[in-house]
Design a protein around this ligand. Sequence first.
Ligand SMILES: C[S@@+](CC[C@H](N)C(=O)[O-])C[C@H]1O[C@@H](n2cnc3c(N)ncnc32)[C@H](O)[C@@H]1O
Length: 264
Amino acid sequence: MAAPKASPMASDPSSTPSDLPPPSRAARIMRAISIASQPPPPTPIYAPAEVYGREAVANIARLLPPVERIYANIRFAIMRPKLLSVMDLLLPESGRILDIGCGFGLFSAYFGQTHPGRVITGVDPDGRRIETARKVAKGLGLPSKFHQGDARTLDFKEPFDAAYVLDVMHHIPKDDQLALLADLRDRLAPRGMLIVKDITTAPKFGLKFTELLDRVMVGWDEPLAYRHHAEWGEMLSSLGFRVRMVRVPDVLPYPHVVIAATKI
Ligand SMILES: C[S@@+](CC[C@H](N)C(=O)[O-])C[C@H]1O[C@@H](n2cnc3c(N)ncnc32)[C@H](O)[C@@H]1O
């Protein structure tokens, strides 16, 4: 009995698909029909008009009284697109998020607009700021909640998916900082993200520049307790966080650092 005819591929291991006989006309037509009948690819949902939500910032400013509007414009100018975008991408796109030292709620209003699935709870001891934060969130239709109080004596039961502390840690007395970070860790769900945005202590000129502007805001009596970013890193690691950080350069000499600490 004659041996079955081997295919070109089987008889010659070095042959390629181009060595195969061309597909028949019927096969080509069938293939064209099958491609044409496939559904179109899904429209990507990740299509931001711009990385930095200029519109989100304008919406917030519009809802503020004149003096606070000037402050907000300065604050957003200091925070810069790069900083806000880094934080925006580090935060989960939905879930419960704690904003420690929320002030006028500018950034909860920003992060709430960029991802409407975020439910942000802001805390600040300043009652006037909390009132303003509530009005802004209401005006934007955001589900954020705000509580007047000290971050060191929080009274929330439920775990949070993330928390951020935006230029607030250096307003907390040095001896209380570790305890506050430990408390925030305990309030986070497993794998929860804690973002600490602060001012690091190097270079010295940058620190002095920032301190001078902070003094204009808080006066000369309040203690300002800055730390080098390596110190924050060691403290957070000692509390069981996995820590990554990035220094974000600025045209002004602010020595910004963004620290992403994941609860492990
Ligand atoms: C520089 S402002 C930053 C406000 C806001 N995070 C922002 O970036 O616009 C510092 C804020 O920390 C708040 N703060 C100071 N001590 C605090 C504490 N013990 N607990 C919570 N917030 C505090 C102040 O009231 C103030 O609103």
